[in-house]
Ligand binder design. Sequence first.
Ligand code: DAH
Length: 342
Amino acid sequence: MEEQIVQEDIVKAAQEEAEKAEGSRALYEVKMKFLGRAGIVTAMLKKMKEIAPEERPSFGKKVNAIREKLEQDFAAAEARVKQRELAAKLESESLDVTMPGKRQKKGALHPVTRVKNELVDIFAGMGFEIFEGPEIENDYYNFTALNTPADHPARDMQDTFYLSEEYLLRTQTSAGQIRFMEEHRPPIKMLSPGRVFRSDDDATHSPMFHQMEGLVVDKNVTLCDLQGMLDEFARTMFSSSSKTRLRPSYFPFTEPSVEVDVSCHACGGKGCPLCKGTGWIEVLGAGMVNRRVLENCGIDPDEYTGFAFGMGIERIAMLKYGINNIKLLTENDVRFLEQFKD
Ligand code: DAH
């Protein structure tokens, strides 16, 4: 009878404590208090010695019954606690999918990149292949092979950053013409974008800027082909009614050489501040590839002719977007750049 009371008390006490336990850690501690190696049930079994031998089997049975009952109760309590914890976790981690998200600031392509991409699109559409030459060039590719020998006055036209007697930062993407023609035979249609460097610094000149070079070499290529392509370029880049005009000029690597003007897209050719009242804006240099240049690359100038052109990408961007200072293109002030979002 005495043990009967003990059994009920223990089970009840365990149930109460288990009920109070908050979380699986606390419940585990309660379980150990009753069922652990130093727990109440073990202590009861240890008491066996003190009990009269004839009562031991029934005492042992009772203790086992208590243990089984406790094990069942604790298993049930553990399941409950786990369930509660899972529910709490799900609750705390739940996402409110109706909440507005954090606004991501969207960047914009730099105007120089935009214009470069546009130029590539225009000329790739005409079958031009992209070639990128090195920014550190040697004297031969940047000058000599382009018919500009060491004592040639045209070398004064560009203030060059020399790295050594032989090496320099290329002053023009025209250097790529030679590299490309050394590797390829006509028909050639090459487009070469890239950085160029000159010791020059004012509102319209920067010591580093970008150029886009074009080169076409094939049989029977003429200046008319050049102008046809440039007309297409002007119409796509500036305005569908844009026209081009060629003016005689001089470059050592072309003969004849021309300066190419595009009709002013701001006034349609009537004359305005952008075109300084002339109706025309100078956009690039071009010409028929000089025979010497073809010869330098092992291409027979009696069999092949070609034209080349080179333009400043910053200049095109400034004209297209009405930017009046080239420095805006390198300062990277977001207030300026933001205006070029799509
Ligand atoms: N390289 C010239 C410059 O930097 C631009 C140029 C003029 C490129 C005529 C050409 C060309 O390919 O035919 O001023």
